[in-house]
Write a new protein. Structure first.
Length: 663
C-alpha cells in the first residue's frame, strides 16, 4: 500500500456536483487553497437537473459565464396548462408567462447539468489550479473541536482513498440509454461499498488536514452521516419517471413548458430543451411506493406518458437519458458543525425535481457560503460571519420544502371533476399556486433575516434552529439600516439591477453587471442630483471622509493592496450626464493608479441612452432623485445596509462587526 504524505488545504470540498463546483468557484475567485473530490470517475454527460432560475443566471453573470449558458440553453417563455374538459379530453385551459416579466434581466432557461458543470470547470481552469480529483472517497473524518475557534488551526482531518476506474463508475441498469437511477432516491448509496472494495485491494490513501470542509456529496451525504446529522421530513407515495427524448408527436405545445393533468391517468410536466430534446416528468400511477426499480424501464414510463397525453400521439426514436424517483421532502436538522464543517445542496435538502429548484438552491447554498469562507481564510473577515450560513440558508431550504409540498400535491393530485369533488385538485387553485410560486421559483424572493451581515430593522432573525441572532453574534448594538430611503432595494434581498449609463463613455449597462463575484463588499452611492450645489457638497464631504488615512475603506484594506480591493465604491448620480465631469468628482470615487490612470468604471448616471431608452433607475429603486442614499452590498449582492450619505458612523459600525482591521 502506498501511504501518501499528509497534506494541508484551506478548504476541502467533498462532491463535485453543482454545489461543490460553486464552492470551488468561490475558492478560485477568492484565491484560497481548495481541493475538491468526487467518488465518480467522470462528470455527468446526460440528464439530471436542467432548469436554471433567473437568480442563478445573475450569479453566473457575476462570475462572467452567464453568456455561455444563455446562448446554449433553451429559453422558457410561456407555460401552458392542460386540463380535462367535461368529456375527460385534455385541453389547453391557460397560458401564463414562465418568468414574471420585469423581475430580472434574465428569464428561466434549461440546459442539462453536464453542460452547466462544464462551464464551471472551464472557469476553474481560467482562474485557478483547482482540478476535480475524481475516483476519490473520504473514509474517515475527525474534527478537533478544541481548535475550532483558532483562526490559524487546521482542525479537520480527513482520510481519503483513491478508487480504481471500475470502482468509480456507477452501475447502469441494462438498457443502452444512460440512466440516472444510481443517483435517484430509489437507489441505495454505494459509498460504503466502494470504500470496502478499495480497502480490500489496498488502494492508496492520503490524509488531508483542512481549515474548512463543505460536504456537497448529495442526498446520501457521507459527510452528513459522519456528523450524525439527521434529515427531517417525509417520503411521499408519488413515484415519477423522467424521459429525455426527441419526441415524435402531434401534441401542439410540445415546445412549450406544459403541466398536463389528465382525468384519471396522472400528470405530465413537459420541459422543452436544447437540441430538440424534451424532458417529460411522468407520474407512474401503476407503480406503488414499494418500488422495485429494476422493473422500471423507459418503455413503462413512455406507456404512462401515452395514457396521460391521449388522444394525442407520443413516441420517440431517440432517448438521451431516463430515470425514476420517489419524492422525499426533507431538510437537515443542522447545516454546520463548529462553523468548520458545512453541508450544502442535496446533502441538506431534498424534494421533487419538477419545480426545477434543486440544482439552483444547491448552488446558491455554496454561493452564500463560499465568499464567507474565502474572506475568513484570508484574514479579512471575522469567523462570526460563518454563523449566518445556517441562519440564511436553512430558512431558504425550509421555504423550498414548503413550496414543494404545495406544488407536488397540486401537481400529483387528480383534477376535481366539479366544485363538489373535494378529493380532487381544483385547477383554478393550481393556476393561482403556480403564478404565486413563480416568484419563489425565480430565486429572487430570497430575503435573508437580520444578522451582522444584514442590518435589518425590527425583529432579530432566527438562526434556522431557533437561536436568536443577537445571542449568536453577541451584538447588543447592531446597526440598523434605513429601508425607507430605498423602497425597492430591500435589506436582505439581492440588489436589483436597472439600466444606467457609464459617466465617461455613455454606454448603457445593467448595473448588476458591475456587481462582480470577486469577494469585495460594495458601497453603492446613489448620489442624487449632482447639479445641486448642496448635494455636490454632501458627496464631496463623504469623499473627504473616505479618503482619510483611518477611513473605513483604508482600515480594512491590506496596505499593499489597491484601495478598492476589499470594499469597492460605486456611484450612480441622477443629474444629466453631460452636465457633470467625471474628473470634477472626488478622486476617491474614480481612484488613480500610476500605471492605469483613472478608473472609468465606477461612476454611472441614471440618464437617457442614445439607443436603449431611459433605465429610470432611481424610480425603479424607489430612491429620491435629489438626495439619493447609500447602500452596502455584500460580495453576493445581497443588501446589507441602507443609509444617508452622512451616516458614515453607521457604515463604520457595519464593517466593524464583519471585517478585521488590516493595519
Ligand atoms: P449532486 O448533484 O448529487 O452532487 C453530489 C456529488 O457528490 C456527485 O458528483 C457525487 O458523485 C459526489 N459524491 C457523493 N458521495 C460522495 C462521497 N462519499 N465521496 C465523494 N464524492 C461523493 N434541480 C434543478 O435545479 N433544476 C432541475 O431542473 C432539476 N431537475 C432534476 C431532474 C432529476 C431527474 C433529478 C434526479 C434531479 C433534478 N434536480 C433539478 C435536482 C438536482 O439534480 C440536484 O438538486 C442537484 O444536483 C444537487 O446538487 P448537489 O451538488 O447538492 O448534489
Amino acid at each position: 500500500m502506498v501511504q501518501l504524505e499528509e497534506s494541508k488545504c484551506d478548504l476541502l470540498i467533498v462532491g463535485a456536483g453543482p454545489a461543490g463546483l460553486m464552492a470551488a468557484t468561490w475558492a478560485a475567485r477568492c484565491g484560497i487553497h481548495a481541493r475538491i473530490l468526487d467518488k465518480r470517475r467522470t462528470k455527468i454527460f446526460h440528464g439530471q437537473a436542467d432548469g436554471l432560475q433567473c437568480r442563478s443566471l445573475e450569479i453566473f453573470d457575476s462570475f462572467g459565464f452567464a453568456d455561455r449558458v444563455w446562448k446554449e440553453s433553451n429559453h422558457l417563455l410561456e407555460m401552458c396548462l392542460w386540463n380535462p374538459d367535461e368529456t375527460s379530453r385534455i385541453r389547453r385551459t391557460d397560458t401564463i408567462p414562465d418568468t414574471i416579466p420585469g423581475i430580472s434581466r434574465f428569464q428561466q432557461v434549461v440546459l442539462h447539468q453536464g453542460r452547466i458543470e462544464r462551464v464551471f470547470l472551464d472557469s476553474l481552469k481560467d482562474y485557478s489550479e483547482i482540478e476535480i480529483e475524481r475516483g476519490v472517497v473520504p473514509e474517515q473524518l475527525e474534527i478537533d473541536h478544541s481548535k475550532a475557534d483558532d483562526d490559524h488551526a487546521y482542525p479537520i482531518k480527513v482520510k481519503i482513498r483513491y478508487l480504481d476506474d471500475d470502482e468509480a463508475a456507477p452501475v447502469q441498469h441494462g438498457t443502452n440509454v444512460p440512466d440516472g437511477l444510481f443517483r435517484s432516491s430509489l437507489a441505495e448509496d454505494d459509498t460504503d461499498d466502494l470504500i470496502r472494495k478499495s480497502q480490500r485491494k489496498k488502494g492508496s490513501i492520503e490524509v488531508i488536514r483542512a481549515k474548512y470542509l463543505i460536504g456537497c456529496d448529495g442526498a446520501h451525504s457521507w459527510t452528513r452521516r459522519q456528523l450524525g446529522f439527521r434529515m427531517e421530513g417525509e417520503q411521499t407515495d408519488f413515484v415519477w419517471g423522467v424521459l429525455d427524448i426527441v419526441p415524435i408527436t402531434n401534441f401542439p405545445d410540445i415546445r412549450m413548458r406544459c403541466a398536463i393533468h389528465s382525468a384519471e391517468s396522472g400528470s405530465i410536466m413537459i420541459i422543452p430543451r436544447e437540441n430538440r430534446l424534451v424532458r417529460l416528468y411522468i407520474q407512474l400511477k401503476e407503480v406503488n411506493s414499494e418500488v422495485d426499480r429494476s422493473k422500471i424501464t423507459p418503455e413503462i414510463i413512455l406507456k404512462a406518458a401515452q395514457n396521460i397525453i391521449s388522444p394525442y400521439k407520443l413516441a420517440y426514436d431517440y432517448c438521451d437519458w431516463w430515470t425514476a424517483y420517489q419524492i422525499g421532502q426533507r431538510v437537515g436538522n443542522s447545516f454546520s458543525c463548529d462553523d468548520r464543517v458545512f453541508l450544502a445542496g442535496d446533502a441538506v435538502h431534498t424534494h421533487s425535481p419538477k419545480a426545477g429548484q434543486g440544482m439552483n438552491v444547491s448552488m446558491q447554498d455554496t454561493y452564500n457560503l463560499g465568499w464567507k469562507i474565502g474572506l475568513v481564510v484570508k484574514g479579512l473577515a471575522k469567523r462570526s460571519i460563518l454563523r449566518t450560513y445556517q441562519s440564511e440558508r436553512r430558512r431558504v431550504a425550509q421555504d423550498l420544502i414548503n413550496f414543494d409540498r404545495r406544488f407536488s400535491r397540486l401537481f400529483s393530485g387528480r383534477p376535481a371533476r366539479d366544485a363538489a369533488d373535494e378529493a380532487g385538485i381544483s385547477m383554478a387553485e393550481f393556476k393561482v399556486a403556480f403564478e404565486k410560486g413563480n416568484m419563489f421559483a425565480s430565486g429572487l424572493a430570497v430575503d435573508y433575516g437580520a444578522s451582522i451581515l444584514v442590518a435589518k430593522p425590527g425583529d432579530s432573525a432566527d438562526q434556522g434552529d431557533g437561536t436568536d441572532v443577537d445571542t449568536v453574534t453577541n451584538s447588543t448594538d447592531r446597526v440598523v439600516g434605513k429601508q425607507e430611503l430605498a423602497s425597492n432595494i430591500k435589506l436582505g434581498m439581492r440588489f436589483p439591477s436597472f439600466q444606467v449609463l457609464n459617466q465617461s463613455d455613455a454606454r448603457p449597462w445593467h448595473f448588476g453587471q458591475f456587481l462582480k463575484s470577486d469577494g469585495r463588499f460594495r458601497i453603492i452611492i446613489l448620489a442624487g442630483n449632482l447639479r445641486d450645489e448642496k448635494q455636490w457638497k454632501r458627496l464631496e464631504d463623504f469623499g473627504d471622509l473616505l479618503a482619510k488615512p483611518d477611513s473605513v475603506i483604508r482600515r480594512y484594506t491590506p496596505s499593499e493592496k489597491p484601495i478598492d480591493s476589499v470594499i469597492e465604491i460605486l456611484v450612480i448620480h441622477s443629474a444629466l450626464r453631460q452636465e457633470v465631469e467625471l474628473l470634477d468628482i472626488h478622486e476617491i470615487f474614480h481612484p488613480f493608479d500610476e500605471k492605469r490612470g483613472w478608473d472609468y468604471e465606477k461612476v454611472f448616471v441614471d440618464d437617457l441612452s442614445y439607443h436603449q431608452g431611459h433605465g429610470e433607475a432611481y424610480k425603479n429603486y424607489g430612491v429620491d432623485k435629489e438626495r439619493g442614499c447609500v447602500v452596502i452590498a455584500r460580495p453576493d449582492q445581497y443588501v446589507g445596509w441602507i443609509g444617508e450619505i452622512e451616516d458614515v458612523e453607521d457604515i463604520d459600525r457595519y464593517f466593524s462587526e464583519v471585517l478585521i482591521p488590516q493595519v
